[in-house]
Ligand binder design. Sequence first.
Ligand code: PMP
Length: 347
Amino acid sequence: MFDLNKLVRQNILSLAPYSCARNEFSGTASVWLDANESPFNGPYNRYPDPLQKQVKERLSAIKGVDAERIFLGNGSDECIDLMYRVFCQPKVDNVVAIAPSYGMYEVCADINDVEYRKVALNDDYTINVDALLAATDERTKVIWICSPNNPTGNAFPVADIERVIKGFSGIVVVDEAYGEFSSQPSMRFRLNEFPNLLVMQTFSKAWGSAGVRLGMAFASEAIIGLFNKVKYPYNVNMLTQQFALDHLAKLDDIKAWVDTLLSERTRLINSLDALPQVETTFPTDANFVLARVVDADDIYKHLQAQGIIVRNRNKVEKCLGCLRITVGTPEENDAVINGISNYGTEQ
Ligand code: PMP
């Protein structure tokens, strides 16, 4: 049975959070002498909205999720760290995750001194639901599922994700950082059904805004309330909030970018598959392609020497011999295709 109060760290449950000046007053006023700000250099002299209400209202309409069920952080990376700080007692609790997957789940576990249990994907990168559930015990607070998964690229069937959520009484995080590139429906529409579900998305990938650092978490009001309690008071700065409001008026541009990247993805895969230096490309639902090549370390260096940087995943579990290649502009994709195609052809 899911019982949120039993999952939360006791010190967080009883925490009296910092109450900032802007939290305590929400009416209209003309004289602001409550926060020891400078009266000069407006609008930057003022602290930003700690709960980013305007941005959340816009996002609520776009994402179809109530504003109270949205958390905004300094990238999804902040949401990942908060999962540990809210739920995991250092040295006592543990989390379970698919492997390979996004590296920050493990780094944040290490920082927070929380045991990180890896459950290998099957060789075809499908998820082993039974093994994932079997790796949990009474101290497991979180299961991490990244779908589409980084670095493998594939999205997991909704039925598999549902089995994990139904079979576990802790929190299941579904990281949909690459969700816009997948035809699979987002799990954020299932929050009513599953009180133990948290879905993460980001401005960094399809929305083209990695530099501004804005990540989203969607979950029950109770879970979002806990995140708000623990986060830094002004975790999303004013420039980022303003940027987000402006950017969310450009949804047509964003859709066009995604369409372009999806057709470039197909072209990149077809071109790579035709090269003798490429042994295989793996099916992808993301804006990158994992390719097994004849000599990953050497081709990585060969590309680097031409000023082309890809991600060498050769040392990563289940990714032996693989490079992860992000889909770029047509010119960038041509460059990486040509770069790989001329490997080993020098006289
Ligand atoms: N999740 C996944 C699966 C990622 O690959 C990344 C970044 N590479 C992130 C989260 C972090 O995203 P953000 O830029 O929002 O912190």
